[in-house]
Ligand binder design. Structure first.
Ligand SMILES: Cc1cc2nc3c(=O)[nH]c(=O)nc-3n(C[C@H](O)[C@H](O)[C@H](O)COP(=O)(O)OP(=O)(O)OC[C@H]3O[C@@H](n4cnc5c(N)ncnc54)[C@H](O)[C@@H]3O)c2cc1C
Length: 654
């Protein structure tokens, strides 16, 4: 039926009116308390968004429904999203941060050679808030070290791409997770990486070794390589450790991550630029029609059906617009929001009853473990000056010369930083290791746990199971409890790899949707962690006195040799140590429900259908290593598990 012109005008006015009414009713029906404030970002928006079609500016550019929605376009999120979009399934990644494709500091963070002011602390790339006061650190708060940009931690991290020892992953299996031991993880370490062996100079002059077959892949998305360059001081430092009985390990990435070994960097071997989730996983996915990335948007909560099925997510722009929009997922909602994964679950009514009730959130699924079991790698430092130093050393580099050398040769200090490390078993440096091992499983440990553990016996049960595994690890010479970079300078960063203290991440009950998460690292709350760090300080002082180290005539600047009694060292560590090196993990642990676990070995959240977790928060017990390559392997394995179960459910879609 043809409409007259006047009727056409009337009809379109009516349609516009109805749309306005609908939109108005929809948005006033979303309580203000479920909206985030306009922006929590402290810096101006100077992002550079790729013009590629898959990068969306706004919800108007995305579909109403996707097969998969990935919450968080950080390291694990991009990895999983790439693999899930390999076939025909549609995938949306919602990421709070922005995409900075062309930032030269991301590609080569070593250019200014001052990381204290550089990439790690660039506010545009990071979440900018602090932890709660840390009782174990004299009440000091800690800067949260977590990325908020596309690529997440892989965009900002130190590019040190090591792996834990086989026993670290076998511990995950022992915690009730078949298939997650070293044997189950190795194929995914390999799948995620392409390894280029160290060059002739590193091998001949510095003794760099590797074992290609035992450890590496040759066609994965992430490059692992070392520039043909090292600090001369590193040789001396390694010789000093050898005097104290520490052995060299041929290959640290093949399950034998104990002793002194060379560590490849997440670096492209040709141009020495960062190889990360954006270059390895995002860029190829952006070529596909079935893949969309929505940066600059925050997922507030998961949409749950009446019978607790994850149907989609509620998303909101990060900058200045309080509009909240739903997006639906046909197959699965996948949480990859790192530090914020437990908070998103809690906002959605999934978590410990007391936490949810204090924030007046309806309890949809009571899961006591959500936000508990927080682990990181706390670190303390010793500062020395080498009065007979080498040229060139990290303190003496001339930025202009180094930049010029890099331009000419693609080598020198600007070609890349740390490339060697030492990881030590407890028995190799602690005088009282037997006493410490015996005390690990004692009941006194329970007194140092976060008060929220008291509300649920499963949390205690899980922790006690972890302690029994930790006691074995502390007694094993194939598992390390301290790691330290071998960096060629006089700063010794001593990193505790197997803490027994635990922390929590919870929403702020006074403003669950708007305020920052409450992050309590629980650092050094348990005195056992302190004992181990102090034991390592003493061992490190011995090392500075070794014949090899005498060559550089080291003089201790801090804490200073006058600080030598246990009490004085305790004071020093509590006043100086840091809670985090960006390794927040464990808060939605993969463990059985009766051990306070949150996800099953398929990474599905207990009590919720079609909701999984794939980021570092699924780690039940933090491995003795920096986490980047572990996160890639977990996410690769997660993608296989997710594809497999959905293929069964939905029939072959590709
Ligand atoms: C400064 C720093 C240095 C590090 N150095 C090293 C190193 O040298 N070697 C190493 O092996 N490891 C290192 N790590 C650790 C490693 O990079 C991380 O463990 C890893 O990247 C974590 O990956 P993820 O996927 O779990 O989380 P992330 O990569 O942090 O991803 C989470 C993403 O979710 C987004 N997000 C959060 N909330 C929301 C929301 N509500 N809605 C939408 N998106 C959201 C965030 O913006 C972020 O991009 C470092 C980490 C940091 C922070």
């Amino acid at each position: 039926m043809a409409l007259s012109r006047r009727n056409k005008v009337r009809f379109s006015r009516l349609a516009v009116f109805l749309v306005i009414i609908f939109v108005f009713i929809y948005f006033i029906s979303i309580p203000k308390s479920r909206q985030a404030p306009a922006s929590q970002a402290s810096t101006k928006d100077d992002r550079k968004i790729s013009k590629r079609d898959g990068v969306k500016d706004d919800v108007s550019g995305i579909r109403d429904i996707y097969d998969y929605i990935v919450v968080g376009g950080g390291q694990s999120g991009l990895t999983v999203a790439n693999r899930l979009s390999e076939g025909k399934d549609t995938v949306l990644v919602v990421e709070y941060g922005y995409l900075y494709h062309d930032d030269p500091l991301i590609a080569r963070p070593w250019q200014p050679f001052d990381l204290s002011n550089g990439l790690f602390h660039d506010p545009k790339l990071m979440f900018n808030f602090s932890s709660t006061p840390q009782a174990g650190l004299n009440g000091r708060t800690q800067h949260i070290s977590a990325a908020s940009t596309v690529g997440g931690g892989s965009t900002v991290n130190g590019m040190f791409l090591n792996r834990g020892a086989a026993e670290d992953y076998d511990a995950w299996e022992k915690l009730g997770n078949p298939g997650w031991g070293w044997k189950g993880m190795l194929p995914y370490f390999k799948k995620s990486s392409t390894f280029t062996p160290p060059g002739k100079m590193l091998q001949e002059e510095y003794g760099a070794t590797y074992d290609l077959d035992a450890a590496y892949g040759t066609d994965g998305p992430i490059h692992m390589s070392n520039p043909e360059w090292a600090w001369p001081g590193q040789k001396v430092q390694m010789a000093g450790w050898r005097e104290l009985g520490v052995q060299n390990t041929t290959e640290g990435a093949g399950g034998d991550a104990v002793g002194i070994f060379w560590v490849p960097r997440a670096q492209h071997p040709i141009d020495q630029t960062r190889s990360y989730a954006v270059t390895g996983y995002l860029n190829p996915a952006l070529e596909r029609d079935n893949f969309d990335l929505l940066p600059g948007h925050r997922v507030n909560e998961i949409i749950l059906s009446k019978d607790n099925e994850a149907e989609g997510v509620m998303i909101q722009r990060r900058d200045g617009n309080n509009t909240i929009s739903p997006v639906r997922a046909r197959k699965e909602v996948i949480l990859a929001a790192g530090l914020h994964t437990p908070v998103i679950m809690q906002r959605s009514g999934i978590g410990p009853r007391r936490v949810l009730e204090s924030a007046r959130i309806d309890v949809r699924v009571e899961l006591p473990g959500v936000g508990m079991n927080l682990q990181d790698h706390p670190a303390a430092g010793l500062n020395y000056v080498f009065t007979t130093d080498f040229f060139i050393n990290p303190g003496s580099i001339n930025g202009v010369q180094a930049a010029d050398e890099f331009k000419r040769t693609r080598s020198g200090p600007h070609a890349g930083g740390h490339n060697a490390a030492m990881f030590l078993p407890a028995t190799s440096f602690l005088n009282n290791s037997v006493e410490i091992i015996q005390s690990i499983t004692k009941d006194e440990r329970l007194q140092n746990l976060p008060h929220m553990y008291a509300a649920n016996p499963t949390l205690y049960a899980g922790y006690q199971k972890q302690l029994s595994i930790l006691a074995q690890a502390y007694g094993s010479n194939k598992s390390s409890v301290i790691g330290t970079p071998i960096a060629g300078d006089g700063y010794s960063l001593l990193i505790l790899q197997k803490p027994v203290s635990r922390g929590t991440i919870t929403l702020d009950p006074s403003n669950p949707f708007g305020a920052n998460a409450l992050v309590d690292y629980g650092t050094l709350k348990d005195p056992l962690d302190l004992q181990v760090l102090i034991g390592m300080i003493e061992f490190t002082r011995k090392w500075y006195k070794s014949d090899a180290m005498k060559r550089v005539t080291p003089v201790e600047r801090s804490p200073g040799l006058a600080v030598s009694s246990y009490q004085d060292l305790e004071k020093y560590v509590r006043g100086q140590a840091e809670s985090t090196i960006g390794h927040q993990s464990g808060t939605t642990a993969m463990m059985p429900l009766e051990l306070g676990g949150v996800v099953d070995p398929g990474l599905l959240v207990y009590g919720v259908k079609r909701l999984s977790v794939v980021d570092a928060s699924m780690i039940p017990l933090v491995p003795s290593t920096n986490l980047c390559s572990t996160v890639y392997a977990v996410a690769e394995k997660a993608a296989d598990l997710i594809k497999r179960r959905n293929r069964k459910l939905w029939g072959m879609s590709y």
